[in-house]
Design a protein around this ligand. Structure first.
Ligand code: NOJ
Length: 759
């Protein structure tokens, strides 16, 4: 036995050494190649590599790139974004390869965010699955489609920690928790990039937005960020770092300022944190015109902001073209060192080398693969699976769900038949006409005569809001009928039913970029419809489609069930129908707290204690007069059609020393009628520290399937590494003392134990 494990160890070490030697050999080949190529390049050609214009229709900022083809031919473009399909990519790649002096191929980037052609649930929804392998598989599928569409670079994953649901971009990330966010970041990078770029179906990932983009003041997009370094290192940095550990090849800067310096010109952030402390050797690209926007931030004119960017160690300029305009001159006038341009150009060429573009610039251009990969059955199945696993059952009074198909059910709401919004934002290459609505899934399941329907209200009634959303593809058209008439009709239909399913939420454009809201409840017209339906006295199930935590106090109090489906993608309809009728049992858990009202924001479970913790009977304690402190639905919360109970938390030891481990166990029982999956969550609290520590921090979770009536012991292992944090000197270390352990089905309802870490 001993011999066997020794020889296994030997084989493992040998393959590790072999792997490393292979990597070194590739790196040295790459070095030689790039050095030789760069020796032939003029300063202007080097600066040209730093240029990333957009060619296509999906502009995400005020500037549209001009004259790109001419620039490509002059060697003044390093990559383009927004161009895809084999035909379009081949055309531009041919220009770069056949018509420039040095024949350097282009990078082709795009926002492949939650699927490319086949669309999966929005990232916030996917994160609610707590299913890392599922998330990795969606990223893999996205890479397969994107790479077959000529793309070799995606601007994903977005890993910005988000604690403010007013911010529209919470929909694009994994929520509020650094631990879960880090694991999801890794899974996505692995999904996109695979183990290496040997295959032509892996693409370069880009972790974004570095850094702290999710912490904009008041939840307003692009807004000022100001936070302590302690908070950065302990709470906001971990997911970016995790993406790096997973081997992400590129990083995108963020729009916001940090410590008074916009991220794209922030030398401390790029050189000190990213390069020096974390050892990142890949390429850094700015966000869309982020360099130009530094002028508005107030740190200088065009030339100055180009200088700041280059000297901060940023490599590539997305759309702004200021590096192209000023880069060479800044070197000539000795304001920027030639070495800075060389380093940036080298990293871009290295990325191209790694992607195999110098061997074959058309590696990702294949009509044949294109025909095979796009929206094939396997991907469509995955999109349904992902949609089901992302859904979160927020309320289910009296076990009203799943629905019995033999009753008369009224489906009411503007989203019942809707296809346009199912894909959510950032689904640029997705075709919403191919998305399956809930209604067509229901018709498929039951035939059309069995179902009752009324639209009930417009998705949006507010004309000003429509004016803001429609130019960006919302296609919101007000119904010819008056709001009163629509509600009347809905009430009549509801009266003929024994249960109402109201399908409401946000149009897709109300979350995503530049989609902050100051109030995050259902829109007034939708709320009015719900009140009218409530007056019928029929039970009501609310099916939500939206991109952020909403304030749902009235709905929680007055409705019987609430199913959060997010924008769940191409196969949203069939997935929702399966969940409503019990062909699938929901198992999602929210990854952002749902506040009771906007006044509670920012609200997150891993907060600090105060010196005067909440005591409702004492005046001078930390609380609101008008609302409890806790959210309506806490982080990690989500119900199932079955019941899970937790019992008998135990630790195998009560004291450890660094280097030792503790096992914490609990018995999970499925005491309900259905088989189901539960996300068992494991939190700790460092009770006393040299700096104050959060009241709870997620340190592990397991997604467990139990048949009805089954029980299982679930064990988590705690080691010294789980107890470490960045202290006042930004040193990452654990501190001896008492720790609490919490295990449960969400961050609020937990069983507790404790142990001691001895010096
Ligand atoms: C701006 C967004 O902030 C970023 O996430 C995106 O990747 C770029 N535009 C490119 O579309």
């Amino acid at each position: 036995m001993k011999l066997l494990s020794l020889s296994l160890l030997l084989v493992f070490s040998l393959s590790l050494v072999e792997g490393q030697t292979k990597k070194q050999a590739v790196n040295s080949k790459r070095n030689t190649f790039v050095t030789k190529l760069m020796s032939k390049m003029t300063l202007e050609e080097k600066v040209g590599q730093l240029n990333l214009p957009s060619v296509g229709f999906d502009v995400t900022g005020p500037i549209v790139s001009q004259g790109v083809e001419e620039k490509i031919k002059k060697g003044l473009v390093g990559g383009v974004f927004n161009t895809f399909t084999p035909i379009a990519v081949r055309k531009l790649q041919e220009m770069a390869v056949n018509e420039t002096r040095l024949k350097i191929p282009l990078l082709f980037g795009y926002d492949v965010i939650h699927g490319h052609r086949t669309i999966f649930p929005i990232a916030l929804g996917l994160s609610a699955s707590w299913d890392l392998s599922l998330i990795e598989r969606t990223a893999r599928a996205a890479a397969e489609e994107a790479s077959a569409d000529g793309l070799n670079w995606t601007f994903s994953p977005m890993v910005d920690i988000a604690r403010d649901p007013r911010w529209g971009r919470v929909s694009e990330g994994a929520g509020e928790d650094p631990y879960l966010g880090s694991l999801i970041a890794k899974a996505m990078v692995k999904g996109y990039q695979g183990d290496n770029f040997d295959k032509n179906n892996t693409i370069m990932a880009c972790v974004k937005h570095f850094a702290l983009y999710g912490a904009g003041e008041a939840g307003r997009d692009y807004n000022t960020v100001d936070m302590s370094r302690l908070r950065m290192y302990n709470e906001y940095f971990p997911p970016y770092k995790a993406a790096l550990e997973a081997g992400v090849k590129s990083v995108m800067t963020s729009f916001n300022e940090i410590e008074g310096v916009p991220a794209s010109g922030n030398k401390w952030l790029m050189e000190e944190v990213l390069r020096k402390q974390w050892g990142f050797a890949g390429l850094i690209v700015t966000d869309y015109t982020a360099i130009n926007e530094m002028i508005n931030h107030g740190v200088g004119d065009e030339r100055k902001v180009a200088e700041l960017t280059l000297n901060a160690g940023v490599d590539m300029d997305m759309v702004g073209e200021l590096l192209l305009k000023h880069g060479a001159e800044l070197v000539k006038s000795k304001i920027v060192k030639q070495a800075q341009i060389d380093a940036a150009c080298r990293r871009i060429l290295e990325a191209k080398f790694d992607l195999g573009l110098f061997d074959d610039p058309y590696r990702f251009v294949s009509e044949e693969r294109n025909a095979q990969e796009m929206m094939n059955q396997q991907k469509l199945n995955l999109s349904k699976e992902a949609a089901i696993k992302s859904m979160v059952l927020l309320k289910n009074a009296g076990q009203i769900l799943p629905l019995n198909a033999n009753q008369k059910i009224a489906f009411i709401g503007p989203l019942v038949k809707n296809q346009r919004d199912l894909l959510g934002s950032w689904s640029g290459a997705g075709d919403w006409k191919k998305a399956v609505s809930l209604w067509s899934a229901l018709e498929n399941k039951f035939g059309s005569d069995k179902l009752l329907f009324a639209k009930g209200c417009n998705l949006v009634d507010d004309e000003e809001l429509m004016k803001k959303l429609n130019p960006h593809g919302a296609e919101l058209v007000a119904d010819e009928r008056s709001p009163e008439k629509m509600i009347d009709e809905a009430v009549k239909v509801a009266n003929r039913s024994s249960v109402i399913v109201a399908v409401l939420g946000e149009p897709f454009g109300m979350s995503g970029e530049a989609a902050s809201r100051s109030m995050i409840g259902l829109l007034d017209n939708q709320a009015e419809l719900l009140r009218a339906l409530k007056a019928t006295g029929k039970p009501i199930i609310l099916v939500l489609m939206n991109g952020r935590p909403l304030t749902l106090e009235w709905e929680d109090k007055n409705l019987d069930a609430i199913l959060e489906t997010w924008f769940s993608g191409t196969n949203a309809g069939p997935a929702i129908a399966d969940v409503l009728f019990g062909n699938a049992n929901p198992s999602g858990k929210i990854t952002m707290s749902f506040p009771r009202n906007v006044g509670q924001i920012p609200i997150y479970y891993n907060s600090k204690n105060t010196g005067r913790p909440l005591d409702v009977n004492q005046k001078y304690t930390s609380k609101y007069l008008d609302v409890p402190n806790d959210p309506l639905y806490p982080f990690g919360f989500g119900l199932s059609y079955t019941n899970f109970t937790y019992s008998g938390i135990s630790l195998d030891q009560k004291e450890i020393k660094p280097g030792q481990k503790i096992e914490a166990s609990i018995t999970l029982s499925n005491t309900g009628k259905y088989d189901g999956e539960e996300v068992v969550q494991f939190y700790i609290q460092d009770v006393v520290g040299s700096i104050t520590r959060p009241v709870k921090e997620l340190k592990g979770f397991k997604k467990v399937f139990l048949k009805a009536g089954e029980s299982k012991a679930i064990t988590f292992t705690i080691s010294n590494d789980d107890l470490k944090f960045y202290n006042a000197n930004l040193k990452y270390a654990s501190e001896p003392g008492e720790f609490k352990v919490f295990i449960g089905g969400n961050s609020r309802d937990v069983k507790t134990s404790n142990f001691k870490l001895n010096p």
